[in-house]
Design a protein around this ligand. Structure first.
Ligand SMILES: Cc1ncc(COP(=O)(O)O)c(C=O)c1O
Length: 384
């Protein structure tokens, strides 16, 4: 939501380019629904950036759901993923009747820890009938689902090596990291299949929307088919599978195309905000800013700090409340999903790093249009 005057929002959209013009074009031509030139343009523009095929869908969650289906994840399979993330990717795993197995994150960059994955695969799994099997549950492991948390890329090479050597797919949740780079290549371009989101709090928005990106022709075709009610005949109502109504509308795609034209500029601005936060909070005791790996270019989607309650004398939640009293919106990170009632029945795991981060993290205002004066207000309020 746009912020009320005097309030500093956590992450509000900036419609700073051709949005009005492109949306007006939809209205003038009557192409407002789930087909139209902007849907094609949006898909082409994403495919030009990331390579492979792009299939536009209604949300990032829908993208994840379809990605799991086309990657062959079936009921009672398992999908390995980080415990620390927004819940959407785990929900998508449950939509297909599969089970997430949660892993702790690394303490430096807060991403899915490949070392823990490797340990699990070698110590707790067997190779049975040509499939990697979790010894404890007896279930087949079908995919790894890393999330590029808060706009910072996960260590994808290590994850791809581990997964591919065991014939399992990598479905990357890049919803928070469009515009980021991993070893000088765009995030979303290297996994077997990647998912993007364009909801209102993302770095660019189409109002609501998502995208599937994959180099595999058959997976892209299947995702497109499933996203349009699995229609087998252009005229007759003949359906070869249970499909979904997941297509993006032309109106949303028009917004998306306009926003995508601004992405590189927006990433640059967010990186400047991140630098200003890091410098402004550098001397403040008990505040640890988020970091960037040497192989990464992060978008710093939500700039997040860890608050040491003992050294600061206030917990992250107390600071959140105090910032709120001063008209500054901030937000904690997510409850680690192994602790979520929504994920009851998943294999119990210990996640000390995710627990510590979740208890102490605070995301600070990170909108592209955050002004220097607003950012100074936030820094002063957090540091004081
Ligand atoms: C990591 C992650 N995955 C998936 C989603 C879901 O995207 P959407 O809201 O477009 O369904 C989000 C954000 O909303 C997210 O942060």
């Amino acid at each position: 939501m746009p912020a009320a005057p005097g309030h500093v929002a956590l992450s509000s959209p900036l419609l700073g380019g051709n949005e009005w013009r492109y949306v007006k074009e939809c209205l003038d031509t009557g192409w407002v629904s789930s087909a139209g030139p902007f849907v094609d343009r949006f898909e082409r523009a994403i495919a030009d950036r990331l390579g492979g095929h792009a299939v536009a869908v209604s949300t990032g969650t829908a993208a994840l759901h379809l990605a799991l289906l086309v990657a062959g994840v079936e009921p009672d399979d398992e999908v390995l993923m980080p415990a620390l993330t927004f819940i959407a990717p785990a929900n998508a795993v449950r939509y297909v009747g599969a089970w997430p197995v949660f892993f702790d994150v690394d303490h430096e960059y807060w991403q899915l820890d490949p070392q823990r994955l490797a340990d699990f695969m070698s110590r707790e799994c067997d190779w049975r009938d040509g499939r990697l099997t979790n010894r404890r549950t007896g279930r087949r492991i079908r995919a790894v689902l890393p999330v590029d948390l808060l706009g910072h890329p996960c260590d994808l090479d290590a994850i791809l090596d581990l997964a591919h050597s065991r014939e399992i797919s990598v479905i990357e949740d890049a919803t928070e990291a469009l515009g980021a780079q991993y070893k000088q290549r765009p995030v979303g371009s290297r996994a077997d299949i990647a998912c993007l989101s364009f909801n209102g709090n993302k770095i660019i928005t189409s109002g609501g929307g998502g995208m599937i990106v994959t180099g595999r022709d058959d997976w892209a075709a299947r995702a497109r088919y499933l996203s349009t009610q699995a229609k087998d005949d252009p005229t007759e109502y003949v359906h070869g599978a249970v499909g979904y109504n997941y297509r993006l509308t032309n109106l949303q795609a028009a917004l998306g195309v306009a926003q995508l034209e601004l992405l590189d500029k927006y990433v640059e601005i967010k990186r400047l905000h991140a630098r200003a936060y890091a410098e402004g909070l550098a001397g403040a005791p008990g505040i640890t800013p988020m970091r960037e790996a040497p192989w990464a270019v992060s978008t710093f989607w939500l700039y997040t700090v860890l608050i040491d309650a003992d050294r600061r004398g206030l917990s992250s939640r107390a600071i959140l409340r105090r910032l709120g009293e001063r008209g500054i919106q901030s937000r904690p990170l997510w409850e680690p999903l192994n602790r979520s009632a929504a994920m009851a029945g998943c294999q119990p795991v210990e996640t000390p790093v995710a627990d510590r981060i979740a208890a102490s993290a605070l995301s600070l205002p990170s909108s592209v249009n955050l002004t220097p004066a607003e950012q100074s207000r936030v820094i002063e309020a957090v540091a004081s």
